[in-house]
Design a protein around this ligand. Structure first.
Ligand SMILES: Cc1cc2nc3c(=O)[nH]c(=O)nc-3n(C[C@H](O)[C@H](O)[C@H](O)COP(=O)(O)OP(=O)(O)OC[C@H]3O[C@@H](n4cnc5c(N)ncnc54)[C@H](O)[C@@H]3O)c2cc1C
Length: 534
């Protein structure tokens, strides 16, 4: 007889696996169904088939503060083999004229770097850092780790404290207005807007003015997973298996089965019916969950319209250039800034905040802007990712998913060469050090992970109508759907994409509450927490 599971999760990316492990901890037997041959989704490390030993992280390489995430400790991922590295010169922006703007794990060193561009900007940085540390600690970080509140209730609670009122005031600006109002130097402005862009928030949209202040104050710095990003997937998979969870990989889904108004299982493309006693949870995007996998009759017209209106990020798609190297990039600017030899994320091609307008226009037109790129040499910090003495490197660039009049396959090699040419300008040794290379385009992303529709690696735009309580859309923002026992847990839900694990963690809080299980794993209700801030 086939197993009847307590729950089934659609997609075994990190959000799905985090939820699966929590459900396993309360004794539920949960199966994850995954279309790829391996688990992990965006936690992907591939070995170069032409050159064994060279490992390439094709998706999520820079992971913010993973070791400080509550699920990292709860699921004992250290014990399951995860290891993280957090380089001190966390980000280095190299300017065309050989300058370096650096973000260090230590705010004082970051301020010293800002000072080389503008003393006033360095003071402004310190001021915002000081003011926003408690706002991030007491409001923004707890909000990300909790099911979101309805906007009116959130506002009412925030208005009760001075920190909350300040947050609302700063949020009313757009990121661009914030930067233009507060900072003066074009390179400093460009660097700050770049970080805002990594979160894909449209820098012109009001309601997100607090983002950059929060980034300045956040203790969450970029980390990398030893052994490659897939090592986190392996640790999560081990935690799931230890809790009794199972995986069915290389399995395509046909539909979510609903009986008596409840989600009771799934049918696979091969025609197998797998039953779930209590719940089905989708980590996929709203188009897949509501339009592809549910029969039309099960989705009321108003919900269907909201799903159809769900927007993906125009600016999120990435083009990647990956290199096998005989030695690490040696940047000319390291003569003046020796620490650059140990910089983690390196940004090139960005000098002025005006470039952002140009990048947006190119995305809207389906054309290729002047290259602004960022990446790393992972083997500087983790030699296990290449054969002894050799290295890997990669650069990413935001480029349109759809090219006007062209196909990505026609231009990928040429564009990879253009990126390498820019990299060589800053690191001339790359002329001889490249042993092999390959590129990945925005369409490759969607082909590999179809939940990243249109190459949107954050699985849904951050716009005012699609955040917090309304992510992915009004009526499904609490990880619950209109069908009892059908839940959501992926990046289309609050707080959104990237490797945070928080959509999965928050969905676990909602589901445990719905099945009536009380644990001390999760923080107090966010409404109580906000109400207690004086
Ligand atoms: C090029 C690139 C670079 C990135 N860089 C970073 C970075 O540096 N830092 C960072 O934090 N994030 C980065 N990201 C984003 C990050 O990878 C995603 O936001 C994250 O993986 C989303 O996690 P998830 O668990 O919600 O979804 P996913 O990781 O996408 O997992 C979803 C899973 O569902 C599976 N699936 C999809 N459709 C089906 C189906 N029909 N049936 C069954 N299974 C299905 C997928 O195969 C996948 O395993 C990057 C992404 C890309 C593409």
């Amino acid at each position: 007889m086939s197993t009847i599971y307590d729950g089934i999760i659609l997609g075994a990316g990190h959000n799905g696996m985090i939820l699966q492990a929590y459900l396993g901890k309360i004794g539920m037997k949960v199966l994850a169904i995954e279309r790829k041959a391996v688990t992990g989704g965006g936690l992907s490390t591939l070995e170069d088939p032409r050159h064994p030993g060279f490992l390439h992280n094709t998706h999520a390489f820079f992971q913010r503060a993973i070791t400080a995430m509550p699920w990292y400790a709860d699921l004992e991922l250290d014990r399951h083999g995860a290891r993280y590295i957090e380089p001190e010169l966390n980000v280095a922006l190299l300017t065309r004229d050989g300058g370096l703007l650096g973000w260090w794990t230590d705010i004082d060193r970051t301020a010293q770097s800002f000072e080389q561009f503008s003393r006033k900007d360095a003071e402004t940085l310190r001021r915002w850092h000081h003011e926003f540390v408690p706002i991030v600690r007491d409001i923004l970080a707890p909000e990300a780790k909790a099911p979101p509140l309805p906007p009116d209730e959130r506002r009412r609670l925030l208005e009760r404290s001075s920190a909350g009122r300040r947050l609302l005031e700063v949020s009313a600006l757009s990121p661009l207005e914030f930067v233009q109002q507060e900072f003066e130097h074009p390179t400093v402005r460009a660097g700050l807007l770049f970080f805002n862009g990594l979160r894909e928030v449209d820098l012109r949209v009001r309601g997100f003015g607090h983002h950059i202040a929060a980034l300045l104050a956040s203790p969450a710095k970029a980390q990398m997973s030893r052994g490659g990003t897939a090592a986190l997937a392996h640790a999560l998979e081990a935690a799931v298996r230890e809790s009794g969870g199972e995986f069915r990989t290389s399995t395509e889904l046909k539909r979510i089965v609903v009986e008596g108004g409840r989600a009771v299982g799934v049918e696979t493309a091969e025609g197998a019916f797998i039953r779930a006693k209590h719940l089905v949870v989708s980590s996929l995007n709203p188009h897949q969950t509501f339009l592809d996998l549910l029969d039309d009759a099960l989705v009321p017209t108003d919900i269907r319209d909201r799903v159809k209106g769900f927007q993906y990020n125009l600016l999120a798609p990435l083009f990647a250039l990956h290199l096998n190297l005989s030695e690490p990039p040696r940047y000319t600017a390291s003569a003046s800034y020796p620490a650059l030899n140990q910089a983690f994320m390196v940004i090139m091609g960005l000098d002025h905040s005006d470039q952002f307008g140009d990048i947006v226009r190119h995305h809207e037109n389906g054309t290729i802007p002047g290259t602004v790129m960022w990446g790393a040499c992972p083997t500087l910090f983790d030699p296990s990712q290449a054969p002894t003495g050799q290295h890997t490197g990669f650069m990413w660039e935001k480029l349109p998913y759809r090219l006007k009049g062209k196909d990505w396959s026609d231009v990928r090699e040429e564009h990879g060469r253009a990126m390498l040419a820019l990299w060589r300008k800053h690191a001339p040794n790359l002329t001889d050090a490249v042993l092999d290379s390959f590129t990945r385009t925005p369409t490759d992303t969607e082909r590999s992970l179809p939940n990243m529709r249109e190459g949107d690696l954050l699985v849904g735009a951050f716009t005012n109508g699609q955040i917090g309580f309304h992510r992915p859309f009004p009526g499904a923002g609490s990880y619950r759907t209109h069908i009892p026992s059908l839940y959501l847990c992926g990046s289309s839900s609050h707080p959104g994409g990237n490797i945070t694990g928080l959509p999965g963690y928050n969905a676990a809080q909602v589901i445990l509450a719905d099945v009536g299980i009380i644990t001390d794993w999760f923080p107090p209700l966010i409404s109580d927490h906000l109400a207690a801030i004086s």
